[in-house]
Each structure stands twice: as structure tokens, then as C-alpha cells.
Design a protein around this ligand. Structure first.
Ligand code: PLP
Length: 385
């Protein structure tokens, strides 16, 4: 096989692949970036099976991003969809009445809401598990049809033994989906650990600049890829070309952003642990964190989301959010800017998430500025220490 100049090579590191994947073939005078094509339809070549036919089925603007993400995740098929939830809905597909789904009790709340809706309206059985408890998770997989896993979980940052859980699912014929939004393919590659499908909210780290809503699915399984492709075409939750352009542009710096954000997060977690106004810090980088050893074994970074419980309850947590100046009080995560929010302000957040838990999405600013702002916001909240 001849190798195309500039294309990703198997020996290349993920950061190099993020830069090189999905480029047009190198030709003199040609562009280094794939063109953004704004066209809903394509001139027919009159050949049945014409790949580019109509832009709901597939476009040349999707393909480079899909190829780049698939290469990073180590799967052969990447499919971009209109949002992370469109990707999750397509990956879950049409569950038959009575189907059994296993899901972490702490997971992205709209994923949980989606499954609860299926339970109410279509008689699907949803088994919520503590995904860090491997024995309980494996037990729940008996007689199940689908596992929808997250690790680290949102917002509690529990770490699952992915290889054990995914292997157990495979042995039982249970299809598995891993939402890899928090870790990114640079942090862990669930397909290599035994997952059938990886789902991303591209909105977060992959696009990385809080300026686009987008989702994607990656799989190595031809039949599953065909199923999801057909679902996307029929349900029509497709991506716009400008969104995919922004996502590919973001992907080029994924390694730089994630490295910096994860380093910032670990440093802030370490400092927060010693702060008198802080009751608890959750971040897998902390040697005392229950997920630390597992994360160290299965991930290449500890992620940039951390959990923080200040002394003084939910009011104190709200006061911290109100007092920050550099940090942005906002939902979502994975942007270059640091954001924070109290998760239980949402009535739909799981009741087992502490009322006073702040979820911090650490960005790529200077860590000293982030620390100074947080420290100032926490000042005066030491009363209950
Ligand atoms: C944001 C998010 C989603 C949903 O993605 P959207 O792009 O908002 O639809 C799914 N899973 C996780 C872990 C998320 O953080």
C-alpha cells in the first residue's frame, strides 16, 4: 500500500493525528484544509449508489471530521450528528418494549431523562447502577440488552473499570455504548477496552470553544455503523457544514487544550483540598480520590472537570458562583474558558448528587489567575470549617 504524504501514520501520537487527520490529499496548489461546501444536493452522475446524492445522507464537509475522530478513537466508522443527544439517541436506537438498559445512576441528565422517557412510554426497563461498583454493574448486565456507560461520570466523576464492565457486557451479548465526552479520545479509547459504540458531545472538548452544538458516534462494527447511518438519515438530526468546520478546526488543538486544562484541573484540585472553606474535592488526579488508581491505569490524563463542595451547604455554593469574576457561571463544559455551576439547581439532576456540589470545567487560562479568583470567591465561607 502506498502511503499518502501528510496522512496519519500508525506510529503517530494522538496529538499528531489530531493535526493531520482529515486533510485533503496533498496536491500542488491545493488547499491544506478541506473546503466547506454549502450545497443541499449534488449533480447526479447517473450511477446507482452515488455516494454524494443529497446533504442529509452525507456531505464532503462531514467526512474529514468523521475520519479524524474515528482515527483518534481507533474505530473505522465516524458519524457526525446535530448534537451529543442526537448522537446518543441514534446510538441507543429503537429499543423494543421490555428491553433492559443498564446505566450509571450518575450520568448526563438528558441521557437519563431520555431513558426514563423510554421506560414510561415504551416499557423499557432501566437499571441504574453505581458504575464504579464493578460487581453490581456486572450483575445488572445479566438479562440486559444495552449498557450506556460513562467514566468518569457526570457530575460525580466516578471511575468505572471499563475493561471489566465492557468485557462482561460482550460476554453476555449486551451491546455497549460509552459516552467519552469527559475523557476525549486523548484520555481513553473505549473501543480498545471493549465498547461497541463511542458517543461524543462534540460541543464540549472536541470543538472546544463553546461556539457550536454537535455530536458524533464512532464504532468499528459495520452493521452498527449502517444502523446508525440509516437512523441519522431517517430521523434527520444532521449537522450543518459550518458546525462541522468549527469542530474540525477545534480538533486541531485538542491535545494542547486538554493537556493544559487537565494540568490546571489537577493543580486546582490539589490546592482546593487544603483550603479551609472546602469540604470535599472530587478529581481522579487526587491520590485520595476513590477513582484515582483506576483512572491512572486506564486513562492518559485525569480530565478537566472537578467537583467541589464548599462548607456551608447549597447557599454557600451559590455564593461562590455569584462571587467569581474570571470563572464564568454557566452550564456546559469543555471550552477554553473555565465555567462552574451548582448542579442541583436543575430539578432534573439525580437526587443522589449532593445539593452543594459545584461542577467546575477548568479551561486553559493561567492557573494562578484561576486560583486567585476561586480563592477570593471562597473567602468568608470558612465559618463551618
Ligand atoms: C453535553 C453532554 C451531552 C449532550 O451533548 P449535546 O451536544 O449538548 O447534545 C452528552 N453527554 C455528556 C457527558 C455531556 O456532557
Amino acid at each position: 500500500m502506498t502511503h499518502e504524504h501528510g496522512a496519519p501514520e500508525p506510529s503517530h501520537a494522538p496529538g499528531t493525528i489530531a493535526v493531520t487527520a482529515g486533510r485533503p490529499a496533498r496536491v500542488q496548489g491545493g488547499p491544506v484544509n478541506p473546503p466547506v461546501v454549502l450545497s443541499s444536493t449534488y449533480v447526479s452522475r447517473g450511477v446507482p449508489g452515488d455516494e454524494l446524492l443529497y446533504a442529509r445522507n452525507g456531505t464532503e464537509t462531514w467526512e474529514p471530521f468523521e475520519a479524524a475522530l474515528a482515527t483518534l478513537e481507533g474505530g473505522r466508522h465516524g458519524l457526525v450528528l446535530a448534537s451529543g443527544m442526537a448522537a446518543m439517541a441514534a446510538a441507543i436506537g429503537d429499543l423494543a418494549p421490555g428491553a433492559v438498559v443498564v446505566v450509571p445512576r450518575h450520568a448526563y441528565q438528558v441521557t437519563l431523562g431520555f431513558l426514563d422517557d423510554r421506560a414510561r412510554r415504551h416499557g423499557v426497563e432501566v437499571r441504574r447502577v453505581d458504575v464504579a461498583d464493578t460487581e453490581a454493574t456486572v450483575a445488572a448486565l445479566d438479562g440486559a440488552d444495552l449498557l450506556v456507560a460513562e467514566s468518569p461520570t457526570n457530575p460525580m466523576l466516578e471511575v468505572a473499570d471499563l475493561r471489566a464492565v465492557l468485557t462482561a457486557a460482550r460476554e453476555r451479548g449486551v451491546r455497549s455504548i460509552v459516552d467519552n465526552t469527559f475523557a476525549t479520545p486523548l484520555g481513553q479509547r473505549p473501543l480498545a477496552l471493549g465498547a461497541d459504540v463511542v458517543v461524543h458531545s462534540v460541543t464540549k472538548y472536541l470543538a472546544g470553544h463553546s461556539d457550536v452544538v454537535l455530536g458524533a458516534v464512532v464504532t468499528d462494527d459495520d452493521a452498527i455503523a449502517a444502523e446508525i447511518r440509516a437512523y441519522r438519515t431517517m430521523h434527520g438530526a444532521i449537522a450543518g457544514p459550518m458546525e462541522v468546520f468549527l469542530a474540525l478546526r477545534g480538533l486541531r488543538t485538542l491535545h494542547l487544550r486538554v493537556e493544559r486544562a487537565a494540568t490546571n484541573a489537577a493543580e486546582l484540585a490539589r490546592r482546593l483540598t487544603a483550603h479551609p472553606a472546602v469540604a470535599e474535592v472530587r478529581h481522579p488526579s487526587l491520590p485520595t480520590d476513590p477513582g484515582h488508581e483506576r483512572a491512572a491505569a486506564q486513562m492518559t490524563h485525569f480530565g478537566a472537570v472537578l467537583g467541589l463542595r464548599p462548607h456551608g451547604g447549597p447557599d454557600a455554593a451559590d455564593a461562590v458562583v455569584a462571587a467569581v469574576r474570571l470563572w464564568v457561571p454557566a452550564t456546559s463544559l469543555g471550552g477554553v474558558e473555565s465555567t462552574l455551576e451548582r448542579r442541583r439547581r436543575f430539578a432534573t439532576e439525580s437526587a443522589t448528587v449532593p445539593e452543594d456540589l459545584l461542577r467546575l470545567s477548568v479551561g486553559v487560562e493561567d492557573v494562578e489567575d484561576l486560583w486567585a479568583d476561586l480563592e477570593r470567591a471562597l473567602a468568608g465561607r470558612t465559618a463551618h470549617a
